[in-house]
Design a protein around this ligand. Structure first.
Ligand SMILES: N[C@@]1(C(=O)O)CC2(CC2)[C@H]2[C@H](C(=O)O)[C@H]21
Length: 449
């Protein structure tokens, strides 16, 4: 059973982003009576565990969840008398780390709260300071590899999970992932779209490159299946390993060059591999050599093409069609480290985005970073994000949809089980995840808000 009490509850998970579980992890929190968990790749994966701040697919998406909950709490018509809360954790784009963080979402499910366990030395019975509670649902993760691991854990505790970006076709298997749903389409559709593009240009002989892991492997398998049915032949076929180095990318480029008749390269890779591949092509001076046709891993991200405009020229990349959330644009562009304290990573984000040091309080995580940070100018605090270079992150709408799906499902439950349909009644202080999923989430229907 999932427990929500009348007081406001806050989580403090253990473990920091170096994977050291002795320190407390950071968590972005909105206090509330019913808590939604959130999982976002606030940092990219690093050498050990976590790397640099993830400027577009991390912080902006996290803030989209917080913004959406603010909007719901301000709307008296949805969940009247109930304040929705959030507890958002960083996955660092890594499944093992995300799994460790997600244990916090189920802590109360295996922490006994038998009062006799809390006895003071004078023999009086102590009351637990804060009844640890679990979340009623989780929004996330981004990467399919993360969502799969987390789905295997959350289903054991009947905690529904809605991903806003995980598109691997494997996650459609309701036998294995019965508490997982998503607001984005599966990669089978992306594979079909890639084949349609190849056919549209009458290309019959293409090379393919994919990332090791769930997303790349299942995506490229679907592409190969579809291509075979349409008599499209495969020239070179290469996998980029999870721990790729420059030499890995150079080797892929070499293999592509060994098949000169195939100028078109189908790319089903994670974003960092798209960047690595184009960097390698630039090192070889291959401007105009290949026509890249890529899935949403590359999508509309700036990172892969930022330093590789010539080799990227003419590329066709897929992104999931979405609509920008207008209110979010104004909210996000007006965030500032002076006031945005609920997001514990915002100062780090601000420093990275604006290449400055915020009041000299940056906490270097390595000797190299000490040197790096001391060389930076002090932030003024009035820096602005130049939206002309970047636009609203493409999956913000899907985060908005995921949070509203939970809110509408909880609202419908409240109208059914709480007399008068207002406030957090007793029947909703013990929300059964299976009931929330099967009777409400899977039946929820709304347009926009
Ligand atoms: N669709 C993805 C997945 O893992 O399922 C592919 C991607 C790896 C590049 C990440 C994209 C994203 O976070 O927008 C996900």
């Amino acid at each position: 059973a999932l427990t929500a009490t009348s007081g406001d509850l806050v989580f403090q998970p253990v473990g920091d982003r170096s994977g050291n579980s002795s320190k407390k992890s950071l968590v972005a929190t909105i206090k509330g009576q019913i808590i939604l968990g959130g999982l976002f790749p606030v940092h990219d994966k690093g050498e050990k565990m976590c790397g640099r701040i993830n400027l577009d697919r991390g912080i902006e998406r996290l803030e989209a969840m917080l913004y959406t909950i603010d909007e719901i709490n301000a709307n008296g018509k949805i969940l009247p008398g109930i304040r929705l809360g959030a507890s958002v954790l960083d996955t660092c784009g890594r499944a093992p780390y995300a799994l460790e963080q997600s244990l916090e979402f189920i802590r109360a499910s295996f922490t006994s709260l038998d009062p006799t366990e809390f006895v003071c030395t004078d023999g009086s019975e102590a009351k637990p300071k804060s009844a640890p509670t679990t979340v009623v649902g989780v929004v996330g993760g981004s990467y399919s590899t993360v969502s799969i691991q987390v789905a295997n854990l959350l289903r054991l505790f009947k905690i529904p999970q809605i991903s806003y970006a995980s598109t691997s076709a494997s996650l459609s298997d309701k036998q294995r992932y019965d508490y997982f749903i998503r607001t984005v389409p599966p990669d089978t559709l992306q594979a079909k779209a890639l084949v349609d593009i190849v056919q549209e240009f009458n290309w019959t002989y293409v090379s393919i490159v994919h990332s090791e892991g769930e997303y790349g492997e299942s995506g490229i398998d679907f592409f190969k299946h579809e291509a075979k049915a349409k008599n499209i032949c495969i020239a070179a076929s290469k996998e980029i390993s999870l721990r790729a180095t420059n030499a890995t990318y150079d080797d892929v480029i070499k293999e592509l060059l060994d098949k000169p008749e195939a100028r078109v390269v189908i790319v089903f890779v994670r974003s960092e591999d798209a960047t690595g591949l184009l960097n390698a092509a630039s090192r070889k001076g291959l401007a105009g050599k290949f026509v890249w046709v890529a899935s949403d891993g590359w999508g509309n991200r700036l990172a892969p093409v930022k330093n590789n405009p010539l080799v990227a020229q003419g590329a066709i990349t897929l992104e999931l069609q979405s609509t920008a959330i207008s209110g979010f644009e104004n909210y996000f562009l007006n965030l500032n480290p002076r006031s945005n304290h609920r997001n514990p990573w915002f100062v780090e984000y601000w420093e990275e985005e604006h290449k400055c040091t915020w009041n000299g309080v940056s906490v270097p995580t390595s000797p190299a970073e000490v040197n790096f940070l001391t060389r930076r100018r002090a932030c003024k605090g009035n820096e602005r994000i130049n939206r002309k270079i970047t636009s609203q992150e493409n999956k913000v709408q899907f985060i908005y949809d995921a949070v509203y799906a939970f809110a509408h499902a909880l609202h419908d439950m409240q109208q059914d089980v709480c007399v008068g349909g207002k406030g957090l009644c007793t029947a909703m202080t013990n929300i059964d995840g299976e009931t929330l999923l099967r009777n409400y989430l899977l039946n929820v229907s709304f347009n926009g808000k």
